[in-house]
Design a protein around this ligand. Structure first.
Ligand SMILES: [Zn+2]
Length: 310
């Protein structure tokens, strides 16, 4: 089954959904902490009890908790880690006729680069998921509309893309996520289903927030480090290494480097990547809807996926 064959929604439907944002998609299921986070919570409880009973033990107890925090930080710094909670980095799928990869573009919309990226994608009939920064989207609603009209998906990449996002407390993180969610839903007519943290860095507070808001954390299978790399060939080599159907790839249409002629590097790396995908018989598609999310906007997306693998 390929959702790309699903009928498109009408303009009236889209306009109506923009006027009346749908309610949050939050799950009714209670949040279940990962084994590492559960262990850490229990360790803090035991340490506090031990401190109350034997205050002289404060030094070894403090050292124990420092090691625990170091382990949590290390897990959060590893973007593909599932140690802090669910995190999709690849789709294992079956019964799909056409091999595909999910192509994701982060940090836009950029007023200069994103329209040219959209032109390239239209020429190549490729569709992607744009992980937009809420305040950038709010300043260029026309570009977000164009993304949707041309069959792309718009997903959540926080309101401000603060580099210290993973150091924020629970309320501040939630404000960053819901702020972007409201803007992107309003502009695109669809509530984003996926969330990607700035630089992919998580902390243990993020999972429960996303769960409550009905969002799913996604990282990537491979990235080209194109936020810093100026050589498009090296970017595509990294992305294309050992490519498989169901992989998730990342490029940046915002904050990306420029070459010597001041051209955004993605304008060279993207066509090269699309050539490579075509040569390997891989179709570029947006991220599919996560399992259990409400369908109905009719946008083209990736084929059915094996939900057990997420
Ligand atoms: Zn980013």
């Amino acid at each position: 089954m390929i959702d790309a064959l699903a009928p498109s929604s009408t303009d009236d439907d889209t306009t109506a959904s923009r006027r009346a944002p749908s309610p949050p998609l939050g799950s009714q299921e209670p949040w279940k902490s990962s084994p590492l986070v559960s262990f850490s919570v229990a360790l803090h409880g035991v340490a506090l009890l031990a401190l109350a009973l034997r205050p002289r033990l404060w030094k070894p107890l403090a050292a124990l908790l420092a090691v625990d925090h170091l382990a949590l930080c290390s897990a959060g710094m590893w973007p593909r880690s599932r140690l802090l909670g669910p995190n999709t980095s690849h789709f294992h799928h079956h019964n799909t006729a056409t091999p595909w990869v999910a192509l994701t573009l982060d940090d836009g919309p950029d007023p200069e680069v994103t329209p040219r990226v959209l032109d390239l994608l239209a020429q190549r009939r490729a569709r992607v998921s744009f992980f937009c920064i809420g305040r950038h989207a709010a300043s260029r609603p026309d570009i977000v509309r164009r993304m949707v009209d041309e069959g792309h998906r718009v997903e959540n990449h926080t309101l401000h893309h603060r580099p210290y996002f993973s150091l924020l407390g629970s309320r501040a993180q939630e404000r960053e996520i819901t702020g972007a969610q409201e803007i992107l839903q309003q502009l695109s007519g669809r509530a984003p289903r996926w969330f990607r943290a700035p630089a992919g860095i998580q902390n243990p507070l993020l999972g429960p927030i996303l769960h409550r808001l009905g969002l799913n954390l996604v990282s990537w299978t491979r990235r080209g480090f194109d936020a810093v790399e100026r050589n498009p060939r090296r970017i595509v080599q990294r992305l294309g290494h050992d490519l498989r159907s169901g992989d998730i790839l990342v490029l940046h249409d915002g904050f990306g480097p420029r070459d010597r002629r001041r051209q955004a590097v993605i304008l060279q790396s993207l066509p090269m990547l699309l050539d490579q995908l075509e040569g390997r018989g891989l179709q570029a598609l947006p991220l599919p809807d996560p399992p259990g999310s409400a369908k109905g906007d009719g946008s083209p997306t990736a084929p059915c996926i094996d939900t057990a693998a997420m």
